[in-house]
Design a protein around this ligand. Sequence first.
Ligand code: NAP
Length: 269
Amino acid sequence: MARLSSSYFEGVALVTGASSGIGRAFAVTLAAAGMDLILVARRAEALEGLAAELLHTYGAMVEVVVLDLADTQAVDEFARSLKGRGVSLLVNNAGFGFKGRFEEASALDNTGMVNTNCIASLLLTYHCLPDMKAAGRGGVIFTGSVEGESPFPWSATYAASKAFVHSLGIALHDECRGSGVDVLVIAPGPTDTEAPRKQGFRNEDLSGLMTPERVVTEALAQLGKRNYWTPGWQNRLMTRFLKALPRTLAAKVAGAGLRAALIKSQRAT
Ligand SMILES: NC(=O)c1ccc[n+]([C@@H]2O[C@H](COP(=O)([O-])OP(=O)(O)OC[C@H]3O[C@@H](n4cnc5c(N)ncnc54)[C@H](OP(=O)(O)O)[C@@H]3O)[C@@H](O)[C@H]2O)c1
């Protein structure tokens, strides 16, 4: 683990999607580094269990916030309440996807994906940035996805939501230059969490599968150095390949690869 030397690692970290997977790994790593935490997700029991563990193991003070990030009004109220709370590191990590034909997911699931993956991240960043800039220190991490780098048939809304996250984060990185606030977008590929299983994959079928801890280690090592990072060489290679293709062809290749992986997992179960 790289040494977390920036002064914003001495404040409070807000991590969304901390009840499992990559968000949980962020919470554990940041608590181990001495940060106090505000942890957000819907599953109260998982968050409270983690909070107790982090207090016991690292002495971290942890506030649990049970919140549905698809509820934009509730997110806005929560984000406004953060003013003056000393959030020095914001990890916009919560998200979910759906694999299949666009209209097979309900309209509400599609809009909920955009609200959770995009709007919640936008609102939290919008309300936390002024305090960070006033303090002259802060970090904001957005968890995107390799799927944000190309249109992905069979994952249309999810890929579009991650393209939004990539664009927003990279733009804010430049706007924050010289303010003491570092912004980073990470674009993980297959990661061994609940997410692939919930979308119909068998995790063991996914090539280049990474642990959430590895993704977090790479993210924290890149914060303050770059605006964007894809953890894992296989994912970097795949993204480069897709980006070298004309967009229409990239979408065809991406969709075919995704569909083949889904069918393989479904045949095996
Ligand atoms: N795993 C992968 O292969 C992969 C690849 C690329 C990118 N990502 C991205 O990585 C991030 C973390 O995913 P993960 O892989 O760690 O999956 P995960 O284990 O399913 O974790 C997702 C987290 O997001 C939270 N969440 C989802 N919907 C929410 C909502 N409406 N309101 C509040 N919290 C919500 C979940 O908490 P609750 O269910 O308790 O609400 C959970 O803590 C996501 O943005 C995902 O898109 C994952």
